[in-house]
Design a protein around this ligand. Structure first.
Ligand code: MN
Length: 240
């Protein structure tokens, strides 16, 4: 059976087609899988597990049907939904993994990560990341009323859009040295990540051995997922 990987769905009430497509994906492709890995940015924004919007409820219910059906579901934090927590896991039956993490896929050590930590050339972003990922910042943020958190998140998204529109493309991609260091530090030959919205399978040689970096696609215009089965990887698109 196949393991499936998705990331960067950026699900949001303002784009219901993506949510419908993901729910359909959960009920069909994912329901037949051995496991589903969500490598971050499932949501366009997640300001706390107390989000009980109709949108969040439907997505959580879809994930719950999947895990109740016997398909394990693993989540990594993305830069948009790093506040997914224990109560989200309780609602969905899924499990949060640390980022990065080495998974054993049919005995092959594979590094899985959202990917934003590899984009080290984007200094303003990395500085912001180091602040909002502290438990102190998160405790203070989560203590604010839900409406205030939603307001702050929407202001942050506007700031992010402005930042990305002003930043040259290579800065928004992974840094090749950071990628090499990640391969060496984890002692793996395969890395799977999302975040950059540049789907592709990159094969090259590092320290004399063949390695592979697989980048997952975003769900803005269509669905996108990675299938791993019998040692082979394939990126697939879901037309919308
Ligand atoms: Mn991201």
């Amino acid at each position: 059976m196949a393991r499936l990987f998705v990331s960067d769905l950026h699900l949001d009430a303002s784009a219901p087609e993506a949510t419908e497509q993901f729910l359909e994906f959960l009920g069909t492709h994912a329901a037949q899988a051995e496991a589903l890995y969500v490598l971050g940015d499932l949501f366009e924004a997640w300001v706390g597990d107390d989000d009980r919007s109709a949108e969040a409820e439907r997505i959580c219910a879809g994930l719950r049907r999947l895990t109740d059906g016997g398909v394990p579901c693993f989540f990594l934090h993305g830069n948009r939904d790093f506040l997914l927590g224990r109560r989200f896991c309780a609602r969905t039956g899924g499990r949060l993994l640390p980022d990065p993490v080495v998974a054993e896929l049919d005995g092959v050590r594979t590094l899985i990560t959202h990917g934003d930590a590899l984009c080290v050339d984007d200094l303003p972003y990395q500085e912001l990341r180091s602040i909002v990922r502290t438990s102190d910042w998160q405790r203070r943020f989560l203590a604010l009323p839900l409406e205030v958190r939603e307001m702050l998140a929407s202001a942050a998204r506007a700031g992010s859009r402005e930042h990305t529109s002003r930043t040259v493309p290579y800065v928004m991609d992974v840094n090749p040295r950071a990628v090499e260091e990640a391969f060496r530090a984890a002692r793996v030959r395969c890395i799977i990540h999302g975040h950059t919205h540049r789907p592709g399978i990159h094969e090259f040689t590092l320290d004399g051995v063949p390695v592979r970096r697989i980048v997952l696609g975003a769900w803005y215009e269509q669905g996108s997922y990675l299938v791993y089965e019998k040692g082979a990887y394939e990126l697939r698109e879901l037309p919308r």
